[in-house]
Design a binder for this molecule. Structure first.
Ligand code: PEP
Length: 258
């Protein structure tokens, strides 16, 4: 099943979050056959959970959580707290967290371990900066980030993890869209080394300046199980359109596999 998800980053009030859910519920049939997820800011997780009818198949995530179960960590929330609020997924190691909040591969690994222990799905984000790409080092960089990120969980728990390859140079307002050919070698490496065929992670997603115009081509890159989208999915109609593109890609993949 194709994964299509969005993180709202530091956006949306409670009213805006509820309006997004209402828009999605109005188009709920679009969600059939797609593993869709939304990652609100912490303040809106419970509101999204409460607004969402229980039979609508949408996963809810959190953008971050601490690895410690509780304690004197002002401003942080634990894995248990986000699960209690309604999250089943937790984003870990997004490049903005690594860059702006000092996350390292060590803290990422601690969070992946804590997420698995709490029964959550870690969405482990990896990706090389522009200078690494310019020097041709992206495969080693990304493989290293994944290996270190998974280093604290047992091999038999890897199937509980979802990876998102998000090249730093392709993310956000200053990013540029990646071409399918540019990401293909990295996606192939991730699926070959860490994917399901190796008893590895549940899915490998691509993220970075995805939108309704490039989504189908990016989903066509071998080894890509879905898309992780920022700006282009914050409007619910755009999110639904991306979900529809994901459903069509999944259906085409099933036909190809016959
Ligand atoms: C992201 O930050 O994870 C992301 C994919 O953002 P955008 O789609 O806005 O580039």
């Amino acid at each position: 099943m194709t994964w299509i998800g969005t993180s709202w980053k530091m956006n949306k009030t409670l009213a805006e979050a509820r309006a997004f859910v209402d828009g999605l519920v109005a188009a709920r049939s679009a969600l059939d056959g797609v593993r869709a997820f939304v990652i609100p800011p912490h303040t809106a997780i419970a509101a999204v959970r409460e607004r969402l009818p229980s039979d609508v198949p949408l996963l809810i995530g959190a953008q971050n959580a601490h690895w410690a179960p509780a304690g004197a960590y002002t401003g942080e929330v634990s894995m248990e707290m986000i699960a209690d609020a309604g999250a089943t997924l937790v984003e870990i190691g997004h490049s903005e967290r690594r860059e702006c909040f000092g996350e390292t591969d060590d803290t990422v690994a601690l969070k992946v371990e804590a997420a698995v222990a709490a029964g959550l799905t870690p969405l482990l984000c990896v990706g090389e900066p522009a200078e690494v790409r310019a020097a041709g080092g992206e495969i080693d960089w990304v493989a290293g980030q994944v290996s270190r990120g998974l280093s604290r969980i047992a091999a038999h728990d890897r199937h509980r993890v979802v990876l998102a390859y998000e090249p730093v140079w392709a993310i956000g307002d200053l990013g540029r869209e990646a071409l399918p050919d540019e990401i293909a070698p990295v996606m192939a490496m991730l699926s070959a080394r860490f994917g399901e065929a190796r008893n590895g992670v549940a899915a490998v997603l691509y993220g970075g300046s995805v939108n309704r115009l490039n989504a189908a081509a990016l989903l066509g890159v071998p080894g890509t199980d879905g898309l992780f989208v920022g700006r282009a999915a914050w409007d619910v109609a755009e999110f639904v359109e991306l979900v529809r593109i994901g459903a069509r890609a999944g259906a085409a993949g099933r036909l190809d596999a016959r």
